[in-house]
Design a protein around this ligand. Structure first.
Ligand code: UFG
Length: 327
C-alpha cells in the first residue's frame, strides 16, 4: 500500500480526505496536533500526534512511513481570528509549512498537495477569479496561504518539490455515509452555525452585513461539497504520480450563493424556521468570492457532482443530527 502523509488529518477536510484516500487504495497517515482536530475523526489509517514545528518528530514520521506524497491541510483557518491575532497565522501556517517542506525534501518525498484558499484573491470587483488572477488577500489567513504558495514555488525551483495547489472556495456538507463530518470548536462557519440555530443548540444566527453591493446586500460565496473537494485531492496525488508537474487549481463550482439564499435553502431542506438577525459586517470578509475557472474539471477530470446547495445542506443536517466528536 502507498502511504500518504496527511497533516491535519483529524480536521474537517483532512478527515474526509483520509476517507477518500483509503477508498482509492492509499493508506492515509494522519499527522495532527489536535489543537482543532478530533481523535474520533481519525478512522482510516495510522495516526501520529505532532506539531508542524516539531522537526524531529516530522523526520521520524517520514522515516517510518516513507510516504509517496504529502497532503498538507494542517492550518489555522478562521478569517476573523486571523484579523485579531495575525501572529499565530504567520507562525503556525507559514513557519509550520516551511518546517514541513524542509522535512519532506530531506526525506526525498517530492510530491506535495497543498490546501490553499480563494481568500488569497481578496476583494476584486467584477473580476473573474481564475488561477491566473492576481492575489491580494485582505486578511492574514489569506496572506499566510499566499506566502506558503510562494514558498512552494521556491522549493520547486531549488529542491524539485512538485506541488498541486488547491484554492478552495467555501467547503460545506459532510460524508454522505456519516462516518465523518464538520465539527469545529468554536464554530464560525455559516452552515453549521445555522443548523445549530435551527436546532435550538445556539441563539439565532447573525447575518454579518446586509449593506454589501450584492442583489440582496449579503456576501456571496461559492460552496463546494467536502466529498467532491477531497476527490480532487486524490486526483491531485495521481496527477503528481503521473509526472504531470506543478499546477494550481481553483476548487469551486462557479455558482454563488448569498447568505440569505443559504438561509432560504436551509429552511427548505430542514422544513424548519431559521432564527436569524442582522448585524454589522465582519472584518476581513470579501463581498463576493466565486470561482471563474473550470481548469480542475478540464485537466484533472474533477466532477463536483454533489455540490448543489440542497445536497450540501442535507448532508450537513444529517451529520448534525447524528452527533459529534469527542476529543
Ligand atoms: N456569515 C454570517 N454569519 C455567521 C457566519 C458567517 O453572516 O455567523 C457569513 C460570512 O460573513 C460570509 C459567509 O457567511 O459572508 C460565509 O462565512 P463562513 O465563515 O462560513 O466562511 P468564510 O467565507 O468566511 O471562510 C471560508 C473558510 C476560509 C476560506 C473562505 C473563502 O473558513 O478558510 O471560506 O471564502 F478562506
Amino acid at each position: 500500500m502507498t502511504n500518504i502523509l496527511v497533516t491535519g488529518g483529524a480536521g474537517y477536510i483532512g478527515s474526509h480526505a483520509c476517507k477518500a484516500l483509503s477508498k482509492a487504495g492509499y493508506t492515509p497517515v494522519t499527522y495532527d496536533n489536535f489543537c482543532t482536530g478530533w481523535r474520533d475523526a481519525v478512522k482510516f489509517g495510522p495516526c501520529e500526534e505532532g506539531d508542524l514545528s516539531d522537526r524531529t518528530k516530522l523526520d521520524e514520521v517520514f522515516a517510518r512511513y516513507q510516504p509517496a506524497a504529502v497532503m498538507h491541510f494542517a492550518a489555522l483557518s478562521q478569517v476573523g481570528e486571523s484579523m485579531r491575532d495575525p501572529g499565530i497565522y504567520w507562525r503556525n501556517n507559514v513557519e509550520g509549512s516551511l518546517t514541513l517542506m524542509e522535512a519532506a525534501v530531506e526525506a526525498e518525498c517530492f510530491d506535495f498537495v497543498f490546501s490553499s484558499t480563494c481568500a488569497t484573491y481578496g476583494e476584486q470587483d467584477n473580476v473573474v477569479l481564475d488561477e491566473g488572477s492576481a492575489q491580494f488577500p485582505i486578511n492574514a489567513y489569506g496572506a499566510s496561504k499566499r506566502a506558503i504558495e510562494e514558498m512552494l514555488r521556491d522549493f520547486e525551483a531549488a529542491h524539485g518539490l512538485r506541488h498541486v495547489i488547491f484554492r478552495y472556495f467555501n467547503v460545506a456538507g459532510a460524508d454522505e455515509e456519516g462516518e465523518v463530518g464538520e465539527f469545529h470548536q468554536p464554530e464560525t462557519h455559516l452552515i453549521p452555525l445555522m443548523l445549530d440555530a435551527i436546532d435550538g443548540k445556539r441563539d439565532a444566527l447573525t447575518i454579518f452585513g446586509t449593506d454589501y453591493d450584492t442583489p440582496d446586500g449579503t456576501c456571496i460565496r461559492d460552496y463546494v461539497h467536502v466529498m467532491d473537494l477531497v476527490d480532487a485531492h486524490v486526483l491531485g496525488v495521481k496527477w503528481l504520480e503521473d509526472g504531470k508537474g506543478s499546477r494550481v487549481f481553483n476548487l469551486g463550482t462557479g455558482s454563488g450563493f448569498s447568505v440569505r439564499e443559504v438561509i432560504e435553502e436551509s429552511r427548505n431542506v430542514t422544513n424548519r424556521t431559521v432564527p436569524y438577525n442582522e448585524g454589522p459586517r465582519r472584518a476581513g470578509d470579501c463581498t463576493k468570492l466565486v470561482s471563474g475557472s473550470r481548469r480542475a474539471e478540464l485537466e484533472l477530470g474533477w466532477q463536483p457532482e454533489r455540490s448543489t446547495m440542497k445536497r450540501m445542506i442535507s448532508d450537513a443536517w444529517r451529520w448534525h443530527q447524528s452527533g459529534h466528536y469527542d476529543r
